[in-house]
Design a protein around this ligand. Sequence first.
Ligand code: HGY
Ligand code: MN
Ligand code: MN
Length: 421
Amino acid sequence: MENMSDIERAVRAIREDRLWQRHLDMARLGGTPRGGVNRQALSPEDAAARNLLMSWARARGFQVSTDAIGNLFVRRDGTDASARPVLSGSHMDSQPTGGRFDGMYGVLAAFEALEALEDAGVATRRPVEAVAWTNEEGSRFQPGAMGSGVFAGHYALTDMLAVKDWKGVRLGDALVQTLAAAPAPRRGGNAPCFPLDGYVEAHIEQGPRLEDVRTTIGCVTGIQGSRRFMVEILGEEAHAGTTPRAARKDAFVAAVAIASAMQAATCDPEDTLRFTIGHVDVQPGSPNTVPGRVSFSIDMRHPATEVLDAHEAKLREIVATMAPPCTASIGRLTAVAPTVFDPDVVALVREAAQRQGYSHMDMPSGAGHDAMHIAPLCPTGMIFVPCERGISHNEIENATPADLAAGTRVLVETLLRLANR
Ligand code: HGY
Ligand code: MN
Ligand code: MN
């Protein structure tokens, strides 16, 4: 059994005020007039957040480093330098109209855990590291969870460096600019991954369940499967005033028909399947020219692979049959299988919440997280805390200092047990 006084000292060293202030400091970087953040991946605001985290880390004597895709690591050494580290973190990039807590909480909770271990003078056998994964949101550069995906070998580094954002900026170029603006020693060569002994990610729930049942800690059991597609429809540009309907190949008319058919085909009676068209591009975008090209994104999620397979086949059939007189294609960008977290790690989270007297419940995650890529590498788990009305990916996203600190106390106990086992 772990040295209880070490755990008690570390848990008591978690400081709610310091953790909350760090959220407020970070929220200024990319802060929006409505109180949210626009800190998109590899933007100047992202570089500023990286520099702020590194300044806090260096002030505590922790080592900072980045890998080939820009994942940022903050390391607190253990007594056994050769031992595989235990890792905790999330992401600092946000949606364009994102909230102050999505991702950032997991990074700051991990950093607060390192500080608490340091303040309490608690040594760990294994090194404990905080991580800020590059481009989790995937809103500027698709796919999301990119940094953790490259780290885990789910995506090839060279493929990701070649990805372009909606304005045609190459990720590799944005990465060079960001690392120049926020320099850190490089860790490893282009082989991004290093062995881990465990990973725990703290995150706001981004849904209403914890708040609805007045529960403080979510012991996350897994993450539903997710797939992303892009649909491309090609028609023929023509004059809006002279071209009869019968002669038109209107890409927008075809897109509306295809999108409506897809919405109907993914409307399951249990309301479990998630289908979202979040990005639409109409070209040439002139009011008096019939659109010649339309592209739109699809984000589809479900806990069961076979349901995702069946609905992917339906999407493909709709694209093939409803495109004429235009032509259309559907390309799959990502497919992440449903994730089941390590029961031992879930149990450690549950025991820590129980021991510390926090209400808690086991629950799956509807949102995707970097943990889905790390779970195949090492024992992995997640800790959820409530967010107001379950709202996220919205500037009004909110959480309480007390809940954030509670999740962080459960995190530091879980990390300590993993780091000394
Ligand atoms: O899309 C997601 O599930 C994550 O919040 N980026
Ligand atoms: Mn997130
Ligand atoms: Mn998100």
